[in-house]
Unconditional design. Sequence first.
Length: 430
Amino acid sequence: MAEVAASIEAQAGILELEKIPFMNWGIISRYNFYTFKNVPVKRWDPLSSAAIELHEYGYTIKLLKQFGHYSYISPIRAARVNQFKDIPLDSRAPTEFIDLFKATIDGRDYIDDAGQKIGDAYSITICDGKNKLDSPYSVKPRIRSTREKAITFINKFPAMCRVIEPDIRAYIEKYLDENSKIAMGINLLTTPRSYGEHFEDLEPDVIAALFESMIAGIKYVKEESNKNGIYLIPVSPFFNIGSKVGGSVPRLHGQVYVDLLEDGHGSRMENMLKAFAEMKKHNACHLCRSHHESGARAIVVSDHWVLFSSGSPIRNYHLRLSPREHVECIDDLNAAQILDLSRLLQLTSKALNTLGVEKNRNLIINTKPHGYDSYFHVFLDFIPFETIGGAEMADSMRVVRISPLVVAEDMRNAITRLSRESSDEPQTEG
């Protein structure tokens, strides 16, 4: 019967469980497990982590959760193909270049000149646009045809284990010390159907579709995880734009790390939660009330967003964006806010380019962890790549050479020039 079922799945374009290599799509099964040394581990640093404490009614309550520094140790990440390294920029013409995601998007195989597959037609695609498809916990990669402007799927080479058989989990946990756990979580990828390597390469509606699909994916993971009894869920959405900032696929795409261990959060999130908790005591959200040094650091105030230079930058030209409305989670953004953000990101990226700022950039989306009863205001960090030194590694501080006031002035001038150039372009009649 098992052979018959496998045959039916193969005919339906489904990759059978026994053919899935170890940790591909975050799956560990009896068919692919061979050594605990390659299992992804989340390890808390005992020298820089501590129990989370709550202070209520004069009492201090220590939770069985931590904050501080931790690492995901995942050897499967070494299996990723780096197309930035293998295929230089001048060989990546959008009409000819086949990136690693194209096979997943089109639901078909692509073969290179050496007869090797480019990417994988099999995927666990959880959202076609905003429409739900495979469960975030599916173990059935399949060849799918999708039609929306953006899709969200499971990362094939993730930092975390998504599904593991109970007997194997129990066996592995015997080898872990008190600071380590199997890194359980879900890594999402969201990519547009249209090819582009930077925000300015895509139309605003395509960028908006990307964010909408990403948000739909986050909601789907949250819903299914809640059904499994998991309620405290830190989510980390981000973009690695370029090889210097962690990118391996040139096509612009977003990622989301969803941690499902319910064991706490990092020191940066702890600091943000404490800062916003202090704001709540005074009924004064900084992002709702700040004029960013009397407007000197403000760059653009759009219908729904504020773009400004960070007052305590971690890189030169470190920019921030925050919604004008008090929004606590990324999945609470509405369609108008998402489209406005997409236009502003496109404009911001163009302005940075005109200033000659490094094109390798991270976009970090800071959002309240799901299930937390915390005060928060969503904001985004847009951070160009720079190398950093030993003093900066020694503490949570950075040294920059350009004043945030100069950054804001440069950006305002660049945006003004872009606006003039756009208005000077000849208009074509419809």
